[in-house]
Ligand binder design. Sequence first.
Ligand code: CP3
Length: 342
Amino acid sequence: MNDLFLRACRGERAERVPVWLMRQAGRYLPEYRAVRERADFLTVCKTPELAAEVTLQPVRILGVDAAILFADILLPLEAMGAELRFTPGDGPSFPRPVRRREEIRDLRVPEVEESLGYVLAALRLVRRELGGAVPLIGFGGTPWTLAAYLVEGGGSQHFSHLLAWSYGDPAGLAELLDLAARTSRAYLAAQVDAGAQAIQLFDTWGGLLDAERWRALALPPLLHVVEGLRGRVPLIYYVNGGAHLLPVLRDLPVEVLGVDWRLPLDQVRSLVGPEKVLQGNLDPAALLGPPSEIESRVAAMLRATGGERHVANLGHGILPTTPVENARAFVQAVRRFAPESR
Ligand code: CP3
């Protein structure tokens, strides 16, 4: 039984720094691609046996210290009534984006067991199959990041619809954020009931906002979600491109802050204070370089925290072109270097 990850999240002293990778179940693994040849992405998400199988692949292949459920942050938006498509190569899309206050009326806070029961079934199955080998992480998007995809109708370069709405009718957008927050709160509580032992909140697009607007727009619905989970399991808030938000994040009531690679962790620490456990933050592109380079980058990352209050990870999801042996080199390097750095 390896509970290093949970102990580190709670800020307890652990014998070494735990390690896992964002998007560790994914296209860089031949075993994942083999499953995807048999089933499209949404089918894998919605078939608990397949979701469980790919969730366990990186635990077996890489030897990471945590499993993260195979699912997607956009699934609850579908449960709210939005049509969701995943087109190979193009990523996710919502054919009918929500861009005006009137369009929110077509959405609802779903009954979780009914519309997202497949996620809960997958969590239960993975917990059973893991048999305590490593902890299982559940996750969701923050209301702001969920709204970003629903308003744009998918990924976007400028997020001009979202940002136009945020300046033109912030109260209308707040209604959509509130709906996403109530949905996420119920959905993530149900994930904990089903066996998730930590919850990661992905704020992929939180960094679009300056600190003052993040506090005004993104924080209130995020707090609604966090308050529904607090004290039950460790919470990880991950933000991409959010270095300018760190002084505000100091006070966010979560145990763990996940950060990207743009600021070294000693500087992150000085901005967020001594309390938060930090998760990250190797540049995912570093795994495209040679193992010797990966090892020296990992050593630098671990020196920046001294191995204290740190969960090693990438600064964003692993890239699909990453060689599996490089992902393994990353995990091994953390395991090797961490004890010496204390
Ligand atoms: O981390 C894990 O291994 C668990 C599974 C997981 C997936 N998506 C599987 C996935 C997790 C935690 C996510 C989170 C997610 N999904 C985020 C937040 C993290 C981040 O990257 O910032 C976001 C923004 C999404 C939405 C999403 N899903 C996008 C934009 C895309 C297309 C881009 C891409 O990487 O292909 C997806 C598809 C997706 N989600 C894939 C996987 C393995 C690839 C789909 C495939 O197999 O073809």
